[in-house]
Design a protein around this ligand. Structure first.
Ligand code: ATP
Length: 238
């Protein structure tokens, strides 16, 4: 059963056609990635799903059409977007940022203490820095905070945009390992957008390759890792 079905999703910015009518599915409990070069339309896809840009086409989440729902309503439905650039509030502390994770998510309010502990279990470093303002955290720590804040809202579907952006290789590895753990431990479905195609494909059950607003290729993570075109163009291998 799929948790998300996207059919003919298109987005225009003025006369730029950022998405030209893409269709894909995300099965419940899986990790699905969208990979592709800069400007391929990956971020726009996530924003269109979470109601942050205007789109046409059909998006069905948990069996319900959501094209007319606002982003704050979607959070309440369990569709939570962890945006590119992390979106942490630099002048708020780690704890205050985490508390924002339950805004609009009534169910998660009841479980806040438990979910906070879960966030600290995955990212112990955040517990050590609980009273530090987020703007003074390292890039990796800010990414951890953004993911933990999303988790506190108990997502059924987590949209995760470029979690590896600008991070050192060891931190990237840690973040990807935790994404796998979150998926396995809680059956959280993950739709991941990444320019780091190799790492993304390694952890993905299924993936789609986007190019200039269209889906060029799709397949299991391991099939795409072995695909000659993917190797040449996206993995820098010859
Ligand atoms: P990146 O990894 O660099 O974010 P991406 O694959 O996520 O790349 P998008 O950010 O979705 O790509 O951008 C797709 C296209 O839409 C690009 O040509 C981009 O310039 C354009 N675009 C994105 N947002 C806007 C906007 N708000 N106004 C105008 N054009 C935009």
């Amino acid at each position: 059963m799929e948790i998300l079905a996207v059919d003919g999703l298109a987005v225009n910015f003025g006369n730029v056609q950022a998405l030209k009518g893409i269709s894909f599915k995300v099965p419940k409990g899986k990790i699905v990635s969208l990979i592709g070069a800069n400007g391929a339309g990956k971020t726009t896809t996530l924003k269109a799903i979470s109601g942050n840009v205007k789109s046409i086409g059909a998006v069905v989440f948990n069996g319900h059409p959501i094209s007319n729902r606002e982003s704050y309503q979607l959070v309440g439905d369990g569709l939570i977007h962890c945006p590119e650039g992390r979106g942490v509030f630099p002048n708020l502390t780690v704890m205050e940022n985490l508390q924002l994770g339950i805004v609009g998510r009534h169910h998660a309010k009841v479980n806040f203490d438990k979910n906070l502990e879960m966030g600290f279990h995955y990212f112990p470093r955040l517990k050590e820095r609980i009273n530090q303002v987020a703007g003074t955290l390292s890039g990796g720590e800010q990414q951890m905070l953004a993911i933990a804040r999303a988790l506190i809202g108990e997502p059924d579907l987590l949209l995760l945009d470029e979690p590896s952006l600008g991070l050192a290789p060891q931190v990237v590895k840690l973040i990807f390992d935790i994404i796998v753990k979150i998926n396995k431990d809680n059956q959280t479905t993950v739709l991941l957008v990444e320019q780091n195609a190799k790492q993304a494909l390694k952890i993905s059950d299924y993936a789609y390759v986007l190019e200039t607003g269209k889906i060029l290729l799709e397949g299991s993570g391991s099939n795409l890792l072995d695909n000659e075109d993917v190797k040449k163009i996206y993995l820098g291998e010859h």
